[in-house]
Write a protein that binds this ligand. Structure first.
Ligand SMILES: Nc1ncnc2c1ncn2[C@@H]1O[C@H](COP(=O)(O)OP(=O)(O)OP(=O)(O)O)[C@@H](O)[C@H]1O
Ligand SMILES: [Mg+2]
Length: 256
């Protein structure tokens, strides 16, 4: 029996009169890479923001392992095992790669521990940061200043920062955005490695990447779920083709 790790019920978020997420009910299964596709403006990032706690919903419910977390703030979701990467790269450019991961690792320490000892000397944090850096493939760049990395390496580092919190559930918003082919495949390989031990919710415009990695796909249009199913089912769906895949350019502009 597949185990549902995260579930939304009639989840909605409006901005003024615009229904960015318009009543979405989805179940995300443990250990499955679940990709969310849809044209620009479909509501994908807004959905991720609701799941991560970055945005409060206008209506509806979010359940994590059956527990209602709809109103839980971001840091409490991180403590439950949520990790999140952003559509726009979100690193500290003046710090080294290892220090970036350090900041990620610290985010999961209980607050009182910060008061007792400098996190730099606290071995579990250091270990976690080093593990995350190795996992994202940047251990050879530990001392490099993050701002000097290539675009692809910055995205890897962002994933590393997220891994430093030792999350169970990864929310990834366009991890391949703006990458060249070679860089993309490096990150796809990384995601494939991560899926062995994590649940991934992945927004990505790169169809080859999505179909090579996802076990389940939801297509969103105008804030609503158009269809959810296996990659084969999504590929064969006339509704999906009409609404989205059938467009000559995939219905998309690649966000930089
Ligand atoms: N903070 C905000 N204030 C007002 N409108 C917003 C806000 N965030 C998103 N929107 C609007 O909500 C709709 C959904 O946006 P969202 O960013 O979720 O789409 P998306 O599917 O991630 O698109 P893209 O593929 O371009 O990243 C869009 O019309 C967008 O303009
Ligand atoms: Mg988006």
């Amino acid at each position: 029996m597949p185990e549902t790790i995260l579930e939304t019920r009639d989840l909605a978020r409006s901005f003024g009169g615009l229904r960015a997420v318009a009543g979405v009910s989805l179940a995300f299964e443990k250990g499955v890479v679940h990709a969310v596709l849809g044209p620009n403006g479909a509501g994908k990032t807004t959905l991720i923001n609701l799941l991560s706690g970055d945005l409060p919903p206008s209506a509806g419910t979010i359940l994590f392992q059956g527990r209602d977390i709809t109103r839980l703030p971001v840091h409490e979701r991180v403590a439950l095992g949520f990790g999140r990467s952003y559509q726009k790269t979100n690193i500290f450019p003046e710090l080294s790669c290892l220090d970036n991961c350090w900041l990620g690792a610290q985010a999961r320490l209980p607050g009182w521990l910060h008061l007792l000892r400098p996190a730099r000397r606290y071995a579990p944090v250091r270990d976690r940061a080093e593990r995350a850096l190795a996992l994202c493939g940047l251990d050879h760049r530990a001392d490099a200043v993050a701002g000097t990395l290539s675009h692809g390496e910055m995205r890897q580092l962002e994933i590393g920062m997220m891994l430093a919190t030792e999350p169970e559930l990864l929310l990834l918003d366009e991890p391949l955005a703006g990458m060249g082919v070679e860089e993309s495949w490096r990150v796809i390989d990384l995601l494939k490695r991560l899926r062995a031990e994590h649940t991934l919710i992945l927004i990505e415009h790169d169809m080859d990447a999505v179909f090579s990695i996802a076990g389940r796909i939801t297509v969103m249009v105008n804030g609503a779920e158009l269809e959810t199913g296996s990659p084969d089912r999504i590929r064969a769906s006339a509704a999906v083709r009409d609404a989205y895949l059938g467009h000559e350019d995939g219905g998309e502009e690649h966000a930089a």
